[in-house]
Write a protein that binds this ligand. Structure first.
Ligand SMILES: *Cc1c(COP(=O)(O)O)cnc(C)c1O
Length: 376
């Protein structure tokens, strides 16, 4: 085929993944524990710094579920969550029988609006229910307004759980995303900046928290020769085979970040002369974004759709920005605070092919469609 599919974001192996998998087979560590699991955790801890402890688990969603359990979220509680995000940021709130309270974004980072967050906290407290946690997302790898968000939540003594699923390799004021709160989650799903095919991690502030997470993730078995349980457990640990992929991927993480950022620079150049189209970009020098996906804001829903369909006709995948959670049928009864920022970004926003494995030929095909489309 002369125009093979160009994907939004596809897996990109580094080369040593199969070595780690082979070791696992040679030593018969074909189980949800072993040297690759420990090795991957150590690699992520070294990368993140800040003396964090990391538990490798089966998915980012599982990591967030564990973070909520460890934050003491129970049935009937309320948890604040950024509305403009992937559904996995909010679903684990419901697993716990708690209620999500959604909050709008601000236009600089597309992430949680500090003002709307404070309005939400104040109003929930006035209604008699103080939110137990805030889930803040670094969307598309862009750090949220770290200082403002943590100041607002801190003022009311509410812990912030960082959803850094899309933000491994991003930092704010030289501190890595995933290290700002007591807990954060990472995802290694197939479409993320690095992958274990499927997997995730819980980043913990100390060893004790990590121990509790691993205990819950391995069926909550008490210390006894027989199987004894005083807690409900989960089967959330990462496979030693998947962790082998992760160890190979960690070796190329910095390269992947550079490649994704180069894709962003490519789009900045392609759109440099076009009026009415802006990129989601670093607000100032404090922000460093891995640009997991490059996202643009067009001047209208119609322009967005025309561009998306023009790319699709050339076998190039692009995707509207996440549909806000407060607009999702499944969350229609959940409280929402804010204005129309997230809705507007959803209407006019588009994610463009951003993979680290795209070729010059791919880029030229993308450029040609965009330029042709924009001259119409
Ligand atoms: C991918 C993602 C998750 C979930 O991670 P999985 O590993 O797919 O379970 C959570 N939040 C955000 C923002 C994500 O993009």
């Amino acid at each position: 085929m002369d125009n093979p599919k160009i994907w939004l974001s596809s897996p990109h192996m580094g080369g040593t993944e199969q070595k780690y998998i082979r070791e696992a087979f040679d030593d018969n560590w074909v189980a949800p524990l072993g040297p690759n699991v420990n090795g991957l955790e150590a690699d992520i801890e070294n990368f993140l710094g800040e003396e964090k402890k990391v538990a490798a688990v089966s998915a980012g969603t599982a990591a967030l579920h564990l973070a909520l359990i460890l934050s003491g979220i129970e049935a009937g509680d309320e948890v604040i969550c950024q509305s403009l995000t992937f559904s996995a940021s909010a679903n684990p709130i419901v697993y716990q029988g708690a209620t999500p309270v959604f909050v709008d974004s601000e236009p600089d980072t597309w992430n949680l609006c500090p003002g709307a967050l404070e309005d939400a906290i104040k109003d929930r407290i006035a209604l008699g229910k103080k939110p137990k946690a805030v889930i803040a997302v670094h969307l598309y790898g862009m750090p949220y307004k770290v200082e403002e968000i943590h100041a607002v939540a801190g003022k009311y003594g509410i812990p912030v759980i960082e959803d850094a699923a899309e933000a491994l390799g991003s930092h704010y004021k030289r501190q890595n995303c995933g290290t700002f709160g007591p807990m954060a989650i990472l995802s290694f799903n197939g479409n993320k900046i690095i992958t274990t095919s499927g997997g995730g991690a819980l980043v913990c502030s100390d060893e004790n928290l990590k121990k509790k997470a691993v205990f819950l993730a391995t069926q909550a078995r008490d210390q006894a020769p027989h199987y004894q349980h005083s807690h409900i457990g989960y089967n959330y640990r990462m496979s030693n085979i998947c962790a082998g992929i992760g160890r190979g991927q960690m070796e190329v993480l910095n390269e992947r970040v550079a490649q994704r950022r180069a894709m962003h620079a490519f789009y900045a150049e392609v759109f440099s002369d076009t009026e009415g189209i802006t990129l989601l970009k670093e607000h100032d020098k404090d922000y460093f974004c891995n640009h997991w996906l490059t996202a643009i804001l067009t001047d209208s829903y119609e322009t967005r759709e025309k561009l998306r369909l023009a790319l699709e006709a050339e076998n190039i995948e692009s995707r509207p920005v996440w549909k806000p959670m407060h607009l999702q049928p499944v969350f229609k009864d959940a409280p929402y605070y804010g204005g129309g920022v997230a809705e507007d970004i959803f209407d006019r926003g588009l994610c463009l092919p951003s993979g680290s494995n795209l070729t010059d030929q791919d880029r030229e095909r993308i450029r040609a469609v965009i330029l042709k489309h924009l001259s119409l």
